[in-house]
Design a protein around this ligand. Sequence first.
Ligand SMILES: Cc1cc2nc3c(=O)[nH]c(=O)nc-3n(C[C@H](O)[C@H](O)[C@H](O)COP(=O)(O)OP(=O)(O)OC[C@H]3O[C@@H](n4cnc5c(N)ncnc54)[C@H](O)[C@@H]3O)c2cc1C
Length: 530
Amino acid sequence: MHENASSAIDTKASVAKPGGLAASAAAALKAGASQQQPSEGQHVDLLVIGAGLSGVAAGYYLQTRCPRKSYAILEARDAIGGTWDLFRYPAVRSDSDMFTLGYSFRPWSSDVALADGASILNYVRDTAAHFGIDRGIKFGHRVVRASWNSADGLWTVEAEVGPEKTIARYTCNFLYMCSGYYDYAQGYMPGWPGMERFRGRIVHPQHWPSDLDYGGRKVVIIGSGATAVTLLPAMAQTAAHVTMLQRSPTYIITLPARDRVARWLHHKLPSTLAHRLSRWKNVAFTMYFYNLSRFRPEFVKQMILRAAQRMLGPDFDVAKHLTPSYKPWDQRLCFVPDADLFKAIRSGKASIATDEIETLTETGIKLRSGDLLEADIIVTATGLNVKMLGGLQVEVDGVPTDLSKTMIYRGMMLSDVPNLAYALGYTNASWTLKCELTSLYVCRLINHMTARGYAWCAPRRRDSSIKEEPAVNLTSGYIQRAIARLPKQGSKRPWRLYQNYALDMAILKFGALNDGAMEFGKSKSSKRVA
Ligand SMILES: Cc1cc2nc3c(=O)[nH]c(=O)nc-3n(C[C@H](O)[C@H](O)[C@H](O)COP(=O)(O)OP(=O)(O)OC[C@H]3O[C@@H](n4cnc5c(N)ncnc54)[C@H](O)[C@@H]3O)c2cc1C
């Protein structure tokens, strides 16, 4: 049970602000609410931004690990679910297994490992409702600005509300950004010559039109990432033909859609235990496969290519269409369930073209090779625009923070930015694994500060031997387009990102909080504690 507004991180900051939660908290507790929506101008101990998979996890951990803290969630959209509510293209699904993409605290009891978007959305919403997390979400609040004031030990957060973009202000002691990693307004859309001439329809998967009828139509999907390989077999079921047009190939691996071991475990064991074992089995397999790919890239590459050749038959040009120029895991791999992509290609209803676009024409796409791809519909599966912290403008004591000048601390905080954490997942394993660890760490931090009377904590770069490195070690286009704007990681702990669940678990669950890099402080009048 989550008690409300009883204590902020330091007692000074917790003094009820005008319109504070103190009175309403008592009422909420009486009513049995575990948390509640703040109204404009109110104060909460923790403000979570975003009600997607990570925001719901944050709610769960705050309620269970920091039960005496008040918290609320501000969400820009009118719905819970983030990614899984936004993306509505045909057959949208996870490409990592649900035993690790699902929460550790809410069993995924189906044996479907790569689940469809609607089931994931239901699962996230159902989790939010089950734990009463949904009651504390303020929808339609796009957070645009957050200003930290050291004297008060407080964030003032500004959100745009409604079509008029009226500004609503809230204060909090700790700000937890669960806002994902990309721009919701706009997917990435490169321009091509001749776009205005094309007489068919151009569609971006991030904004799939519900009225799009592709039955019997010729479709070209531009791209070769997870979205393109999902769309191809789904659209090929009714389209006249679907071509995946790619400039360069991606590693594509088939996985069983259903996890037989998980099914057996669920059949034999209580749900929670079965979920836990399935989760650990998949964590171990993912880590093993990732490490094998990094240490024996040629072996893994040949294994992937041989499997593709076997499924597509000897005449398919695997060297041209399915052999990337980079090593496995230099970019994310694509996983397809039950070889659906390969089956669609073998059926003749779909194909891959590896080429470059010269221009769009009235009736399709002219390629550099001189070939022409006829199309009624072009789907631009060209990716996302990376956006850190939901586009939030951050100020610390009146000075705007340039994110690219900050260094990432433990994959969740930024140097010299007090009392702010963010949830970002792994690039080589399911998102939820990391975002749950982040929430756990945030709760540990809050409880540590409360116990010692600290008002704030901020990671400090004190070790000059630590070198700056790019935040993400993937060569993928969407990362490279954003890398200059992103914070840096450091060459050593605690500034280095290991993308390793087992290691992170040891550090974030059990490691020391006072590690020499994190500075803790009391309110203005108190002495700072290093
Ligand atoms: C198509 C697709 C498939 C994916 N498949 C997988 C997969 O299989 N496995 C995997 O591990 N990962 C996958 N990912 C990554 C995926 O984003 C994560 O799995 C996860 O859903 C992210 O959850 P999140 O809550 O952190 O972010 P999001 O789902 O992006 O949710 C963020 C929420 O914050 C809100 N928000 C953002 N900015 C603001 C703001 N300024 N103010 C208020 N609210 C704001 C948004 O409206 C949204 O509701 C996929 C991503 C995409 C796009």
